[in-house]
Write a protein that binds this ligand. Structure first.
Ligand code: ZN
Length: 391
């Protein structure tokens, strides 16, 4: 088998440091072939190690070598949203892939239940083919008090039969819910027993209610601090419970709009091993400013900032971001001063661990050959997915 040796003086090692490192992969294979023949080693990292490479490398990375990015919260990109249908979903995923995201959950915003079911079914072939790592339902089981860019009329408490119905499609990898809604804790247990990540978000829950949800199996906070009751010294709220609970993953939108850089520094200083950089991107990510639809809402993007357009035409709630995870890494390192190895881990190994995926998010031998080559300024230069250069 023909192989390709790639070496870097700075690469994210499987234990989360930046050090000289090399990987050897099967050369010139397509991603699809890889998915079908995993035993042949095609699409995998065949060998890897720290220090100087065993022979002259075929590619010497001048900047930084990272595992492919893993985005657990993404509504669209490249002008398309995941709710539009499979063809548009492929284009959205491709727009993010070109920017380094090689593993992606497609997030769906609140819609009527039949519309959500239809979206889940239409995206099922992409999940089965491995083009999407699964689907993230953000709603409809959210709090009207913190609806953000979700249509209030479709928000509702989680009824067991509705939860069972949507989970039965076999495509749901994660659900964001407000655990204080009637039936919320039972819904958490139901989701976890189906193997889906239950994430607390768009919530007005108290500290105690979120602690109960975490004890019931919830394992993440959706865009920490955004669309949730605030942190107060006498009522620590959802953020207090999520920060304190040792095993909850913390989604962060590092775009300079959703979170002050100081909040990123506070969180990474204490909880870097649980930080997860997400894009929460809507269709305008890796695309132009302009008017877009997010679920049933109109969103106007200006200067990269997305806001719901209210009935009177004024700008309303922030409606996701126009980030990619690569852009979030760059912001975290260059604008917020987060150590590069921590920012990269929060874009790779941490989200992979959050989803329970052990084949991605690391440059270790045996993993999927998903690589991102970054320049010294943390700009994405090249992207490999399952041994194939895709961007
Ligand atoms: Zn949200």
């Amino acid at each position: 088998m023909q192989t390709q040796l790639i070496a870097a003086r700075r690469a994210l090692t499987p234990d989360g440091r930046l050090a000289p490192y090399w990987v050897e992969i099967a050369a010139g294979q397509s991603g699809t072939a890889a998915a079908e023949t995993p035993d042949a080693g095609v699409g995998r990292i065949l060998a890897a190690g720290e220090g100087p490479p065993p022979r002259t490398p075929d590619l010497e990375v001048r900047g930084i070598l990272s595992p492919g990015f893993v985005d657990v919260h993404c509504h669209g990109g490249g002008g398309h949203s995941f709710a539009e249908g499979p063809q548009q979903a492929r284009q959205a995923a491709a727009a993010h892939r070109a920017q380094g995201t090689t593993t992606l959950l497609a997030s769906l915003v609140t819609d009527p239940l039949p519309a959500l079911r239809e979206s889940l079914q239409s995206l099922a072939p992409l999940v089965e083919a491995g083009e999407l790592a699964g689907i993230h339902l953000e709603g409809p089981w959210l709090s009207p008090q913190h609806k953000g860019a979700h249509s209030e009329v479709f928000l509702q408490p989680p009824r067991p039969e509705d939860v069972a119905d949507l989970l039965s499609t076999g495509t749901v990898a994660m659900v964001t819910l407000a655990p204080e809604l009637p039936g919320g804790l039972d819904a958490v247990r139901q989701m976890v027993s189906h193997g889906a990540v239950a994430a607390v978000g768009h919530t007005d829950a108290t500290y105690q209610q979120v602690s109960q949800a975490l004890d019931a199996g919830a394992s993440a906070g959706t865009h920490l601090f955004n669309a949730m009751r605030g942190l107060h010294h006498r009522e620590p709220g959802p953020a207090g419970a999520l920060l304190e609970h040792g095993s909850a993953f913390l989604e962060l939108i590092a775009d300079g709009i959703h979170l002050h850089p100081a909040m990123l520094r506070l969180i990474f200083a204490q909880h870097a091993e649980r930080a997860v950089l997400v894009s929460d991107a809507m269709a305008a990510a890796a695309a132009e400013d302009g008017d877009y639809r997010l679920g049933s809402l109109l969103v106007r993007v200006s200067g990269g900032e997305a806001r719901v357009v209210a009935a009177d035409g004024t700008a309303g709630a922030i409606a996701g971001s126009t980030l990619t995870v690569g852009a979030a890494v760059r912001f975290a390192v260059q604008e917020a001063g987060i150590p590069a190895e921590q920012a990269l881990t929060a874009a790779t190994a941490n989200p992979a661990a959050m989803l329970g995926l052990d084949e991605v998010g690391s440059l270790a031998e045996g993993g999927r050959a998903d690589l991102v080559v970054l320049d010294e300024e943390f700009r994405v230069e090249r992207v490999m997915q399952a041994s194939a250069w895709v961007g």
